[in-house]
Design a protein around this ligand. Structure first.
Ligand code: XLS
Ligand code: NI
Ligand code: NI
Length: 437
């Protein structure tokens, strides 16, 4: 096959002094941090949808992307050729993983049977390309939101036939994920939510969503798929409210429907901020529940209120992200998946390289800074000291459940007034973080 990026060779690590825009300045995949290589820590993944299917269209204008290898048709042949281009890109970039939706990789047919046939024909090429390049599938997912049939949602549609269609699509996407050795499978709500409560039976819709997830859990066992299931929280867009609105809502949903043992969360930065949270907040919420699985790495724009899915370059963001990831033991099945798209104005193929190189370098820096903060130990020690009153005496007794309300009352009556006379030291701690940035 003719190269799609003939003027670009493999992206190499050249170090922080390099001025080569097509080289890594901070991501040295072989470098060891906390006993693991950067490659093993970060497990970078390229997304098929934005990177190879993004057109650059927006609500006010048509697509702008120059993708000379793509003939613009919906043919299986074009999809197969595109897959080869995708793997040339991912291999040259040096990302070990990729992710897809069923409908990104293969064209949807007139019937589900035809769509499945198209999917198989492209999956065959994906499998060959994975073998040729060593690039692996981090996770697969089904697109249950683009086709007009999903106008009222997929599993939460008011129409049972739409549920059935969605379930069949999930079944097939799981089979292909399994066939391609995928390490996970993601459920993102898409249109699983509502535009108005006036027409919505919320309880019934949520039960249906849980039903689909239970069916998937059962089928996973049946086919012997060992990958991790993820739920990806997002509060809104395209709907006014999505049932998987943030990490806490997802955890509550999973607990309520006895699904928690089967799922972890895939946390996306721009979804966190749409929910009015920081990425760190969402990671801590997931991590504290033992459910931090993977991340969709991107960022929003402070001044724009929607899911702009920009590439992450902010070192504070990547530092705080990696502090939480390391705190909860690092990624196992998950990774840093760039669910991000180049701007409509960045329409040349080479911009895809600049975007991913920048994101990978930003995460490499964040990881190294986070590891240095952990090694230094002052931050962790401060937090530990802040809670020292819980390590002995009445605090330890309350924590271990050995103190009754009556005993606690007696203790404080004897003690008299209490002054929590330790400062929160926020500014001191912010300065401390800056020592490392
Ligand atoms: C959209 C979501 C989507 C999921 C996969 O906002 O981020 O891309 O990651 O369906
Ligand atoms: Ni995402
Ligand atoms: Ni998103």
């Amino acid at each position: 096959m003719k190269s799609a990026f003939p003027n670009i060779s493999s992206i190499a690590y050249e170090g922080p002094q390099s001025k080569n825009p097509l080289a890594f300045k901070h991501y040295n995949p072989e470098e060891i941090v906390e006993g693991k290589t950067l490659r093993e820590h970060l497990r970078f993944a390229v997304v098929y949808w934005h990177t190879f299917r993004g057109t650059g269209s927006d609500p006010f204008g048509a697509g702008t992307m120059q993708r000379p290898w793509d003939d613009g048709s919906n043919s299986v042949k074009n999809a197969q050729k595109r897959a080869q281009v995708a793997f040339e890109f991912i291999q040259k970039l040096g990302a070990p993983y990729y992710c897809w939706h069923d409908r990104d990789v293969a064209p949807e047919g007139k019937t589900l049977a035809e769509s499945n046939k198209n999917f198989d024909a492209v999956a065959k090429v994906l499998k060959e390309e994975q073998k040729r390049t060593g690039v692996k599938l981090l996770w697969g997912t089904a697109n249950l939101f683009s086709n007009p049939r999903f106008v009222h949602g997929a599993s939460t549609s008011c129409n049972a036939d739409v549920f059935a269609f969605a379930a069949a699509q999930v079944k097939k996407a799981m089979e292909v994920t399994h066939e391609l050795g995928g390490e996970g499978y993601t459920f993102w709500g898409g249109r699983e939510g509502y535009m108005t409560l006036l027409n919505t039976d919320m309880k019934r819709e949520q039960e249906h969503l849980a039903k689909l997830l239970h069916l998937a859990v059962g089928y996973k066992k049946q086919i012997g798929f060992k990958g991790q299931f993820y739920i990806e929280p997002k509060p809104k867009e395209p709907t006014k409210h999505q049932y998987d609105s943030d990490a806490a809502a997802c955890l509550n949903f999973l607990r309520e429907y006895d699904l928690l043992p089967h799922f972890k969360l895939n946390i996306e930065t721009n979804h966190a901020t749409l929910a009015g949270h920081t990425m760190q907040h969402e990671l801590e919420t997931a991590g504290a529940a033992g459910a931090l699985g993977s991340i969709d790495a991107n960022t929003g724009d402070e001044l724009l209120g929607w899911d702009t899915d920009q590439f992450p370059t902010n070192i504070y963001l990547t530092t705080y992200t990696m502090l939480s990831v390391l705190k909860y033991g690092g990624f196992t099945t998950g990774g840093v998946n760039f669910d991000a798209k180049v701007r409509r104005e960045s329409f040349e193929p080479i911009d895809l390289f600049y975007a991913h190189i920048g994101g990978m370098d930003a995460f490499a820096r964040g990881l190294k800074i986070a590891a240095a903060i952990r090694k230094d130990g002052r931050l962790a020690e401060f937090v530990k000291q802040r809670y020292a009153s819980w390590d002995s005496g009445i605090g330890a007794k309350i924590e271990s459940g050995k103190a009754s309300l009556k005993e606690i009352e007696a203790y404080i009556l004897k003690k008299g007034e209490v002054t929590p006379n330790t400062s929160g030291r926020q500014e001191f701690l912010e300065n401390l973080i800056n020592e490392f940035i």
